[in-house]
Design a binder for this molecule. Structure first.
Ligand SMILES: [Zn+2]
Length: 114
């Protein structure tokens, strides 16, 4: 089983960083985890959000967000388009299902002949 994180949306902000006050370098990242096994892939329902400042190389936590940052956050949150969280079967899973159906059908045919 393998878990990968996909970037769904990133946004550069022109707001001042609450830590270093630079008005360039703030970046929102919205991401989502996806579990991948041999037979299926499934996206997690949780959306990970982070605000990172490339000027002071800090993650800015929500407690330090200003009202302006909060507004930009709310705006960008609406632009995020998460992946569907239903299980998506891979070809190997379909082949396994097909094999199962063939086996059951063969079993039934044999049983009817006796
Ligand atoms: Zn900063």
């Amino acid at each position: 089983m393998q878990i990968t994180k996909h970037n769904l949306h990133t946004a550069q902000l022109t707001n001042n960083c609450p830590t270093c006050f630079a008005n360039q370098g703030l970046e929102f990242t919205f991401s989502q985890e996806e579990t991948e096994t041999k037979y299926y892939t499934k996206a997690g329902s949780r959306i990970f959000e982070s605000l990172y400042c490339h000027s002071c190389n800090n993650t800015i936590y929500p407690v330090n967000w200003t009202d302006d940052i909060e507004r930009v956050y709310q705006y960008n949150k609406k632009l995020v388009n998460p992946k569907n969280t239903t299980i998506r079967l891979k070809t190997s899973a379909y082949l396994l299902l097909l094999l199962f159906v063939v086996l059951v059908a063969t079993g039934l045919l044999l049983a009817m002949n006796y």
